[in-house]
Design a protein around this ligand. Structure first.
Ligand code: ADP
Ligand code: 5SP
Length: 480
C-alpha cells in the first residue's frame, strides 16, 4: 500500500494527514500549534511541521508529500536563503496604504483586475513588499527571493536552508493557486508580472517556479524513501480539491478567515475588489471572497459570555432568528471584504429586551454568517452559480453555526464529516503526483455530507445591511 502525506500549515496550527494513495483512507494524523500574531518567524512553521510529522508517525513509509497553507504571507529571503524579517501574514493590515498606492500607481483597480484577476488589498504579498520598501528599505534591499508559506516549507522539506550561499533559491517551487494570491502573477496567462513585483519591491527578485497541478517537484529530504514533493496549494484551493468541488458548488470555510470560494472554468476579474480571481489546484479558477473575521468572532463571544463552544452554541440556539434586533458587525480585526482595514466591530440595536447571553451569542453567530452571505452575493454577481453549498473549517463544528447558516444563506448547507480538508486536499494532490494519472484519484469527501435545512430568514440580513456601515475606525478611537 503506497502512502501519501498532506500538510496544512494554517494560521493557527499545522496539521499532517497520511492517507492510502489509492483509496484515500486515513492512516494516521498529527498536529502542532503555531504562535499567535500577524507577524511570525517562519522557523516556527518549520518547527510545528516537524512536531506534526512526528505525531503523525513520521514520513518514512510515505511516497509523496504536498503542502497546503495559509495564502499571501510574505517570506522574504536574502541571497543566502536567510529570512530577512518575520513574515507578515495575510491578516496583517499594516500594508493597507501600500495597497492604495499600488492601485493608484498602476492605473486603478480595473488595471489590476485585468492583469492579475484581483484588486490588491493589505492581504496580498505585493502590498507587503511595498510596505517593506517604504518602512524598512534596508530590509527591502536585501530581498533576493520572495516565497509564500507553503513554498518555503516545500523548499525546507527538499533540504534547502539558509547558508547554502543562495544556491537553493532557484529550487523554490509553488503552484497556480498560491501564486495567484501574490498580486504579481496572472492566472490567465500563467505568468509572473515582473513589472508589478518591481513596482512593489523596487527591484526584481527570484520567484518560485510555478508547477502544474500534478507536476512533481524536488524530492523530500525528510522521510526514508525521499518522497516526491507536489506543487502544494493555497489552503482554499487545497480544500476545494479535497471536496472535489465542481462548477455549481460553493465552499464556505470558517477558520481564522471566513472564505466563500467556487471552482469555475472561466476566470473572473472583479474591479470592485470584493471577489479575488484566484486559480484553483486543478488548472481551473477559484474566485473567492475572504473576510478577516470568522471563528475568532465566536472565540470572542465565548470569552465575553464565559462559556465554551458547546455553551455558546446552546445559547445561540435559544434566541430567535435576528436576536430581537441585536446585530453584531464582526470587524474585530478590521476587515478585508469589504475593504475596511481600519474598522472595529460594533453591537447595534441594544434594548432591555435583547440584552441576554442568548441574544449576544445569536448575534455573534449571525454577524459572522451575514458577512459571508455578502460574500456569496458577491460571487453570484460575478456569474458564479450557487447550487450546492459546503460548510467546512473549525467553525463548522458548531451546532449553532450548522443550524443557523441555512437560514442566513437562504440555501441548504452540506456539512461533510469534520476533518482536515486542506491537509486532505494536499494529500490528494500528492497521490495525483504519485500516480502520474491525468485525473486526481477519486477519493473526495463531498458525497458523505450531512445536509442542514432551515426556513430562510431574510430579516437577519436586512438588519445587518441596515447597520454594517455604522462602525468606528481604530483611528477615531485612538487604538491600534
Ligand atoms: N466547536 C466549535 N465551535 C466553534 N468554533 C470552533 C469549534 N471548534 C473549533 N472552532 C474554531 O475553529 C478555529 C480553527 O479552525 P481552523 O479551520 O483550523 O482555522 P485555521 O485554518 O485558520 O487555523 C478556532 O479558531 C476555533 O475558534
Ligand atoms: O487569505 C486568505 C485567502 O485569500 C485566507 O484564507 C488565508 O489563506 C488563511 O486561511 P486560514 O488559516 O484562516 O484557513
Amino acid at each position: 500500500m503506497a502512502l501519501v502525506a498532506g500538510v496544512d500549515s494554517s494560521t493557527q496550527s499545522c496539521k499532517v494527514v497520511i492517507r492510502d494513495a489509492e483509496t484515500g483512507e486515513l492512516v494516521r494524523e498529527g498536529r502542532a500549534s503555531h504562535p499567535d500574531g500577524t507577524e511570525v518567524a517562519p522557523r516556527h512553521w518549520w518547527d510545528a511541521l516537524q512536531v506534526a510529522i512526528e505525531t503523525a508517525g513520521g514520513l518514512d513509509d510515505v511516497d509523496a508529500v504536498a503542502v497546503g497553507g495559509q495564502q499571501h504571507g510574505m517570506v522574504a529571503l536574502d541571497s543566502s536563503g536567510e529570512v530577512v524579517r518575520d513574515a507578515l501574514l495575510w491578516n496583517d493590515t499594516r500594508s493597507a496604504q501600500a495597497a492604495l498606492d499600488l492601485i493608484d500607481e498602476a492605473g486603478g483597480p480595473a488595471v489590476w483586475a485585468e492583469a492579475t484577476g484581483s484588486v490588491p488589498v493589505a492581504s496580498f504579498t505585493a502590498t507587503k513588499l511595498r510596505w517593506l520598501r517604504d518602512a524598512e528599505p534596508e530590509n527591502a534591499a536585501k530581498v533576493a527571493a520572495v516565497a509564500l508559506p507553503h513554498d518555503w516549507l516545500t523548499w525546507r522539506l527538499a533540504g534547502y536552508d539558509a547558508g547554502d550561499g543562495g544556491a537553493g533559491l532557484d529550487a523554490l517551487v509553488t503552484d497556480r493557486s498560491d501564486a495567484s494570491g501574490t498580486g504579481y502573477w496572472s492566472p490567465v496567462t500563467n505568468d509572473y508580472r515582473p513589472d508589478l513585483l518591481e513596482l512593489a519591491l523596487g527591484h526584481s527578485a527570484e520567484l518560485p517556479r510555478v508547477l502544474g497541478p500534478s507536476q512533481g517537484g524536488p524530492q523530500s529530504a525528510v522521510g526514508a524513501r525521499r518522497p516526491v514533493l507536489g506543487p502544494g496549494a493555497g489552503d482554499n484551493a487545497a480544500a476545494a480539491l479535497a471536496l472535489g468541488l465542481r462548477p455549481g458548488d460553493v465552499a464556505v470555510s470558517l477558520g481564522t478567515s471566513g472564505v466563500v470560494s467556487a471552482v469555475c472554468a472561466a476566470p473572473t476579474a472583479d474591479a470592485s475588489g470584493l471577489v479575488t480571481g484566484f486559480a484553483d489546484a486543478t488548472g481551473a479558477y477559484l474566485p473567492l471572497a475572504c473576510t478577516l473575521n470568522a471563528t475568532r468572532v465566536l472565540d470572542a463571544a465565548t470569552r465575553m459570555l464565559g462559556v465554551d463552544y458547546t455553551g455558546l452554541s446552546a445559547l445561540a440556539l435559544q434566541a430567535p432568528a435576528g436576536a430581537d434586533g441585536l446585530v453584531l458587525v464582526p470587524y474585530l480585526e478590521g476587515e478585508r471584504t469589504p475593504n475596511k482595514p481600519d474598522a472595529t466591530g460594533a453591537l447595534h440595536g441594544l434594548r432591555l429586551a435583547n440584552t441576554t447571553p442568548a441574544h449576544l451569542a445569536r448575534a455573534a453567530v449571525e454577524g459572522m454568517l451575514c458577512a459571508l452571505a455578502d460574500g456569496i452575493d458577491a460571487l453570484r454577481a460575478q456569474g458564479v452559480a450557487v447550487e450546492r453549498l459546503f460548510l467546512i473549517g473549525g467553525g463548522a463544528k458548531s451546532e449553532a453555526v450548522r443550524r443557523i447558516a441555512p437560514s442566513v444563506f437562504g440555501v441548504d448547507v452540506h456539512v461533510p464529516p469534520s476533518g482536515e480538508y486542506v491537509a486532505d486536499g494536499a494529500a490528494r494532490q500528492a497521490a495525483w503526483v504519485l500516480s502520474g494519472a491525468e485525473q486526481a484519484p477519486d477519493w473526495t469527501a463531498a458525497a458523505q455530507a450531512e445536509v442542514f435545512q432551515a426556513e430562510p430568514a431574510p430579516r437577519v440580513r436586512e438588519q445587518y445591511a441596515a447597520v454594517r456601515e455604522l462602525t468606528a475606525t481604530r483611528t477615531a478611537l485612538g487604538v491600534s
